[in-house]
Design a protein around this ligand. Structure first.
Ligand code: NI
Length: 137
């Protein structure tokens, strides 16, 4: 880590005890590492909420026997082709598939594509994990 800055934080004792419990359970090396993790998560969340450039995975689980489902998912992915970098398809069992779609683009566009994918009949679950892109991108 370059250019490390130290700063003090005042915190309510009860809150700090709960924070230390969380650090213990999650196995952080120390409070600084735990705080850096929280800050990075907040930055990722802010990038998503404010529509900034992000990289993200959209994960879907669906029953591929539902009529026209795979065609609809394919069509939507073509419509948002410039934001989709790669797709991983896993055949979970006889009925179910998982798809992990790697994306890069404006958060508002990725939100739209994810919501449209989740809304397709036969999609059983879905989620998005987004990260702010490094500065300068
Ligand atoms: Ni499959």
């Amino acid at each position: 880590m370059t250019d490390l800055v130290r700063f003090g934080i005042a915190m309510d004792r009860a809150l700090l005890e709960r924070f230390d419990g969380l650090i213990e359970r999650r196995g952080f090396a120390n409070r600084s590492e735990a705080l850096r993790d929280l800050v990075r998560r907040a930055i990722d969340q802010d990038a998503w909420d404010s529509g900034k450039l992000v990289c993200a995975t959209i994960t879907l689980m669906y029953d591929h026997h539902v009529r026209e489902l795979t065609e609809r998912l394919n069509e939507l992915q073509h419509d948002f082709g410039e934001a989709i970098v790669s797709t991983l398809h896993v055949h979970l069992d006889h009925n179910h598939c998982m798809e992990v779609i790697a994306c890069r683009g404006r958060a508002r566009q990725l939100r739209e594509v994810s919501e449209r994918l989740f809304g397709v009949k036969g999609v059983l679950s879905g989620g998005v994990v987004a990260s702010a892109l490094p500065k300068g991108q």
